[in-house]
Ligand binder design. Structure first.
Ligand code: HEM
Length: 130
């Protein structure tokens, strides 16, 4: 596929997520966008769950029971990983937007990925062994 065909625009929005034949910077962007969407979805679900807590202690206790489910804990781990990546990469994007460290933006992304992966592993260990 030529670079021109692979250029995203509003009529072929799915191309935003198509990283084939693209550079590492596009992977960084797609991951930033996916984690952003994931965090927005989580924020909505979080507010809905908090809303059910106003229904009384039974609702609260049944939520706490659900929160101990390994699938739920895995979902929380995805939120942590997404927040780590999105926050750190957001700082990288912010820096380069202000003209700071532009020649090193690729190396900075590797640092972001390393911290996000190592941080997620540390969180995974503490979440699943607690
Ligand atoms: C430390 C915290 C955060 C930082 C430093 C940060 C930074 C950024 C930056 C710099 C962008 C623009 C990226 C670009 O122009 O290429 C962005 C986009 C975005 N962020 Fe964050 N962000 C943070 C937390 C969050 C959270 C908690 C949410 C959701 C609840 C969120 C949702 C979004 C969304 C929806 C976009 C638009 C993504 C897109 O258009 O692809 N961000 N963020």
């Amino acid at each position: 596929m030529s670079e021109r065909e692979n250029k995203p625009n509003t009529s072929n929005w799915f191309m935003w997520f198509d990283v084939r034949h693209r550079d590492i910077g596009d992977w960084a962007f797609v991951l930033h966008r996916l984690t952003a969407l994931g965090l927005v979805l989580y924020l909505g679900m979080h507010l809905i769950v908090l809303g059910t807590l106003t229904l009384g202690p039974e609702a609260f206790n049944s939520f706490i029971e659900l929160a101990h489910n390994p699938l739920f804990i895995f979902g929380e781990l995805l939120v942590v990983a997404a927040a780590l990546y999105h926050g750190l990469n957001g700082l990288r994007v912010g820096l380069t937007s202000f003209g700071v460290a532009i020649p090193y933006q690729k190396q900075l992304w590797y640092v972001v990925m390393a911290i996000a992966v190592i941080g997620s592993i540390i969180f995974a260990i503490s979440m699943f062994t607690a």
